[in-house]
Design a protein around this ligand. Structure first.
Ligand code: SAM
Length: 212
């Protein structure tokens, strides 16, 4: 059975728009050539520089939690291979916009070359910046949705502040294993949080902060 059908059967993929995006944006276009034969496997794969393209099950779970709508403005932190950004761009459609941040310049280049295959750079639907995503992208805030693909020790305040009222953020939080946390901004000063334990991500490296 193919990977997408497997994710549908196990109820990780539910929303027809997300299913369509997973079908359109092929994971094989976002991995290293040497992994081509395992592109459809439900596991993270190395993309170089000690980083990975995330496990499909986890990406599906986070996309479903985000409850994305066409036309939304999304911030994607930990651009990596560009796969998650491309799925986000596909879901929010031609009237939406994705701003992505990656801290490793070579990976940003790798991801950009991957998303070019889908015309997302030319059409300006995804904008990629190299830098520390824990600071967010204040010049483009507020965001309707924020997706973080690396684990924060603690949810950065910058990201909470850059979320639009009514907006949603999904972020892995914790040190050894992580909870995926769904945060919703209810008003200027109120946020709700829901936690989903048992995930494992590479760390979100924050400038001027040690991991221990
Ligand atoms: N979403 C990516 C994809 O679809 O391929 C995979 C994410 S990978 C698990 C995590 C990425 O976050 C890595 O590329 C890593 O370099 C990046 N990263 C870690 N800390 C970061 C930070 N502070 N700002 C931006 N990117 C960061």
């Amino acid at each position: 059975m193919d990977l997408i059908q497997q994710l549908i059967n196990t109820k990780y993929l539910k929303d027809p728009n997300i299913i369509k995006a997973f079908q359109t944006i092929k994971r094989k276009d976002f991995i290293l050539d040497e992994n081509e034969e395992v592109a459809e496997c439900n596991a993270p794969l190395a993309i170089g520089f000690g980083q990975t393209i995330s496990q499909p099950l986890t990406v599906a779970f986070m996309m479903e939690l985000l409850d994305l709508k066409p036309g939304q403005k999304v911030l994607d932190i930990g651009f990596g291979s560009g796969w998650a950004s491309a799925i986000l761009a596909e879901i929010v459609g031609k009237t939406g916009k994705v701003f992505s941040i990656e801290r490793i310049p070579e990976l940003a280049e790798f991801g950009i070359s991957n998303i070019r295959k889908y015309g997302f750079i030319k059409s300006d639907r995804i904008t990629v910046k190299v830098g520390d995503g824990s600071k967010g992208m204040p010049e483009q805030a507020p965001f309707d949705r924020i997706h973080v693909g690396a684990a924060a020790f603690k949810i950065p305040n910058n990201l909470l502040e850059q979320l639009a009222i009514g907006g949603k953020l999904v972020i892995p939080e914790g040190q050894d294993t992580q909870d995926i946390v769904l945060v919703e901004r209810i008003s200027k000063d109120e946020y709700s949080k829901k936690r989903f334990p048992g995930f494992s991500f590479v760390p979100l490296i924050e400038e001027n902060k040690s991991l221990s």
